[in-house]
Design a binder for this molecule. Structure first.
Ligand SMILES: [Zn+2]
Length: 436
C-alpha cells in the first residue's frame, strides 16, 4: 500500500472514531441521518457499557447529525440536592456508592469551574457547555436562599423550564437550521476525502497530486471551521472557549471537520430533561396518532416478545425497531426509549445502597418526575401506560419484571437483570391467545 492510500485509510479510521461517542453513564444520543429527517434514539449495547460510561455508534455517513441526551445530573428536593438520580435508560446499574447529598441549610458555596458545578468544593455535576453549568448554579443558589416553604414552587418552575416542549422544539429547529451549512460542507469534505481523492490516487499517483488533494482538504476544513464558529456564536453566544477549541481541532483534523455539525449540536439540548426531549422527538416525527400508538403497547412488543429474558440491557429491541422499521420506526423507537426510561425511573436500582439523605432527595425527585411527566403525557393526549404489564407471546410466561419487562416462566423473587426489583405476576393468557 502506498503512503497515499495509508493516509486515506487513516482518515477513514479517524472519521469512524469521530462517529463513536463515549457518553457519560445514563446518557443516550439521538441521530438524524439527513437534513429534515426523523430523529432516532441511539443507545449503547450492553457490551459497550460499563458503570463509567457507554459507547454509542452514529452512522458514519455524510450529512448525519447527532445530539447527546445526558441524564438529569442530580436530584433536587425541598430538603437538599444529591448526585444520585432514579433515572436510567437501561438496566445497567448506577454507582450508588459514589453518590452524596447535602441539605440546603448546610451548603456554604456554589461555584462553577470549567463547565462543572461545585458545591462546597465537591463536584456536583458537569456539562458540555458552561452556560448550562451557570444556569444550574443559579438555580441551586435560589433554592439555598429560599425559605423552605417556597422551595417546592421553585422546583416546579425549574422542572417546567427543563421540560418546556415548545422551547425544546424551537431549540431543535434552531440547531437544525444553524447546522445545515456545516452538514453540507462536511459532506463535501467527506466526498473529497473518501471518494474523489482515493479515485484520483488510483489513476494518478505522485506527490504533486497528493499535495493538491491535501490542500483541497485543508481549504474545506477551514471553511467548515468558519461556518462552525458562525453557527456556534448564533446558537450559544458567549461560549467562546468551547468554540475556539473545537474550531482549532477542525482545522487540524479533517475527519473532525467533516463531522463539524455534531460539534455544534452535541450538547445543544443538555439543559432539558431527556424525557421531554424524547417526547418532542416522538411527536415531531409523525405526531402521535391518537392514543393507540403509545397506548397499544406496540412500542414494547419488540422488547418482550422477541427478546425474552436475554439481555434487555442491550436495548436490542429499540435498536431493532430503528433498524428494521425504516423511517416510520423512528417515533416508535423514541417512544419505546421513553417508556423504558419511565419504567426505570419508577423502579430505580440501588436506592437502598444510598445514604438516607440521598435516598430521600432521590425518591422525592423521582416521584415528582413521574407525576409531572404523567400529566404531560396525558395533556399530550397519550396514555402514560409505560408501566403496564408486558405484552408477551410466550404462553408459558407467568411473571415479568416491571422495570425491564423480561418475562419469566416461574415466579422468582426478583429479576435476574435488575437487582432488587420484584417480579409481578402476568395475567393468564386469554383463551383466544391459547388456541392460536
Ligand atoms: Zn428486570
Amino acid at each position: 500500500m502506498s503512503e497515499a492510500h495509508s493516509l486515506c485509510l487513516l482518515l477513514a479510521v479517524l472519521y469512524v472514531a469521530d462517529c463513536l461517542w463515549w457518553l457519560p453513564p445514563g446518557a443516550a444520543a439521538v441521530e438524524q441521518l439527513r437534513p429534515g429527517g426523523t430523529w432516532r434514539p441511539r443507545l449503547a449495547p450492553a457490551w459497550a457499557s460499563n458503570p463509567r460510561g457507554r459507547l454509542v455508534a452514529l452512522a458514519p455517513l455524510p450529512l448525519g447529525l447527532g445530539i447527546q441526551l445526558p441524564p438529569p445530573p442530580l436530584s433536587l428536593s425541598p430538603t437538599g440536592c444529591s448526585t444520585a438520580t432514579g433515572f436510567a435508560w437501561t438496566a445497567a446499574p448506577s454507582r450508588p456508592g459514589e453518590a452524596w447529598a447535602v441539605r440546603w441549610e448546610d451548603v456554604e458555596s456554589i461555584e462553577v469551574h470549567d463547565r462543572a458545578v461545585h458545591v462546597d468544593g465537591r463536584r456536583l455535576a458537569a456539562f458540555g457547555r458552561a452556560d448550562t453549568a451557570r444556569e444550574l448554579a443559579a438555580t441551586l443558589e435560589d433554592l439555598r436562599q429560599a425559605p423552605p416553604r417556597e422551595r417546592e414552587s421553585l422546583l416546579r418552575e425549574t422542572w417546567h423550564r427543563g421540560s418546556d416542549l415548545q422551547a425544546i422544539g424551537s431549540h431543535l429547529d434552531d440547531l437544525e437550521r444553524l447546522a445545515l451549512p456545516l452538514r453540507w460542507m462536511g459532506a463535501a469534505l467527506y466526498g473529497w476525502m473518501f471518494l474523489l481523492a482515493p479515485v484520483i490516487l488510483v489513476f494518478v499517483g505522485g506527490w504533486p497530486v497528493l499535495v493538491a488533494l491535501a490542500v483541497g482538504c485543508v481549504a474545506l476544513a477551514v471553511a467548515a471551521a468558519v461556518l462552525f464558529v458562525r453557527a456556534h456564536r448564533a446558537a450559544f453566544g458567549d461560549e467562546s472557549w468551547t468554540r475556539r477549541e473545537s474550531a482549532a481541532v477542525m482545522c487540524l483534523s479533517w475527519p473532525r471537520a467533516a463531522r463539524g455539525a455534531d460539534l455544534l449540536t452535541r450538547h445543544g439540548l443538555e439543559a432539558f430533561h431527556p424525557f421531554a426531549v424524547l417526547l418532542v422527538l416522538s411527536e415531531g416525527n409523525t405526531a402521535f396518532e391518537g392514543n393507540t400508538a403509545f397506548g397499544g403497547n406496540a412500542a414494547f412488543e419488540g422488547n418482550t416478545a422477541s427478546e425474552g429474558n436475554t439481555a434487555f440491557e442491550g436495548n436490542a429491541a429499540s435498536e431493532d425497531n430503528t433498524a428494521s422499521a425504516g423511517t416510520d420506526g423512528a417515533p416508535e423507537a423514541a417512544r419505546a426509549t421513553l417508556a423504558q426510561a419511565l419504567r426505570a425511573a419508577a423502579f430505580p436500582l440501588g436506592l437502598d445502597d444510598l445514604d438516607p439523605l440521598s435516598r430521600e432527595v432521590t425518591a422525592w425527585q423521582t416521584a415528582f418526575d413521574l407525576r409531572a411527566f404523567g400529566r404531560l403525557l396525558t395533556e399530550a393526549g397519550l396514555e402514560p401506560d409505560a408501566l403496564a404489564p408486558a405484552v408477551t407471546i410466550d404462553p408459558l410466561a407467568r411473571a415479568y419484571c416491571p422495570r425491564c419487562l423480561a418475562d419469566y416462566s416461574e415466579m422468582h423473587p426478583e429479576c435476574a437483570h435488575c437487582i432488587g426489583i420484584s417480579l409481578k405476576p402476568l395475567p393468564l393468557p386469554s383463551p383466544k391467545a391459547e388456541s392460536s
